[in-house]
Write a protein that binds this ligand. Structure first.
Ligand code: LHQ
Length: 320
């Protein structure tokens, strides 16, 4: 199964007209015209839905249509009960270079200044060029695209795996880290590129990084914006696994298939409980566990899991 440009995804992902651009009517920067390669590939292997970012010429940088399609593909996977795990990866040599800085939704319009004039020191807030920038409210992009996408990912009713096949920068890094299990190829790397261009981390970076690697390393990554190689990312606990590049596709698929065969509802409640426990006192975490365990105890998968154990057979889990 493979979807091309999904006009519905684009339309419903653009709830409001952005003052600076209308991504519903104008293609994102570098997006192929209709009939060309789709910016998101969707396929299915058994119970695993595979979503592949597909703008390799721009290192799979996110355009607004691509962000809309990714969210809708996650919605589709969530609604499809045959899907029991989602695998996200990128086409080509990168996973994702973050927001496409050419996307008309966010790119400032530039007005050329007459030759000889310089904006330097004369216009407050202007960069040192011979062009005058008319900035757009980039917070709008976060409100309408990245926040719904990050929340959708974290609330998926099935486990998510990210196969980081190359550089993951900015929002690309944080979408990867928002998946449940992150596995990277040895040549992959993670860059909190925001500070390099005068921004703060977004797409959940502040929340994720402090939890994953602690304040000192989170600050090092976000302030310096340096490249963190995959192997070191694994040593730091930022990601779960690092494998040889050529082993990545098979290893990621095996992981996703393994998760797909497991008791989905219990896995998803485990993710939610771990996230919630970060902010709980021990006693509250214990009570949360008891409440969830009580629910699990009435569910098919627990009864099936224990029966299969006692019968010495493979369990057939169904709950979602
Ligand atoms: C790109 C991009 C890109 C467009 C590579 N855009 N073309 C939220 C709110 C609103 C605004 C801003 O953003 C956000 C969230 C964010 O994600 S902010 C962070 C945005 N991302 C970046 O700043 C990363 C920019 N990219 C890079 O620093 C490098 O490309 C990395 C380190 C990722 C890879 O470097 P190289 O391997 O040396 O590749 P390259 O730089 O030569 O890139 C290859 C092509 O991809 C190149 O195009 P070209 O036509 O020259 O071959 C780049 O222009 C294009 N590209 N990232 N984000």
């Amino acid at each position: 199964m493979s979807t091309a440009h999904d006009p519905e995804a684009n339309r419903s992902a653009n709830p409001g007209m952005h003052p600076g651009a209308d991504p519903g009517s104008s293609p994102g920067a570098g997006d192929a015209p209709s009939g060309a390669d789709p910016v998101l590939l969707v396929s299915q292997e058994g119970a695993v839905r595979v979503l592949t970012l597909n703008r390799p010429q721009a290192l799979n940088a996110f355009t607004t249509p691509m962000l809309g399609q990714l969210r809708h593909a996650l919605d589709d996977a969530a609604a499809d009960t045959t899907v029991r795990a989602v695998l996200v990866t990128g086409a080509g040599r990168a996973f994702c270079a973050g927001q496409d800085l050419n996307d008309p939704y966010i790119k400032p319009e530039f007005e050329e200044l007459p030759p000889g004039s310089s904006s330097t020191g004369t216009l407050a807030g202007q960069p040192e060029t011979h062009r005058r920038a008319k900035p757009k409210d980039i917070g709008h992009l976060l409100d309408h695209y990245y926040i719904p996408l990050a929340l959708r990912l974290r609330s998926m009713p099935v486990p998510t795996v990210c196969a980081v096949n190359g550089v993951a920068a900015g929002a690309g890094a944080n979408i990867a880290l928002g998946c449940d299990i992150v596995i990277a190829g040895r040549s992959a790397s993670f860059i909190q590129a925001f500070s390099r261009i005068g921004l703060v981390p977004d797409c959940g970076g502040t929340w994720l990084l402090t939890r994953l690697v602690g304040r000192a390393r989170a600050l090092q990554l976000t302030l310096l914006g340096d490249k963190l190689p995959a192997e070191q990312a694994q040593q730091w606990g930022l990601i779960a696994r690092c494998v040889a590049d050529e082993e990545l596709p098979a290893a990621a698929m095996a992981l996703a298939q393994q998760l797909a065969g497991m008791p989905t509802r219990a896995l998803v409640q485990t993710r939610a409980a771990l996230d919630e426990a970060m902010d709980l006192e021990l006693e509250d975490a214990l009570r949360l566990e008891a409440r969830l365990q009580s629910q699990m105890g009435f569910a098919h998968d627990y009864l099936e899991g224990t029966a299969a154990f006692l019968d010495k057979r493979k369990p057939n889990f169904k709950d979602r």
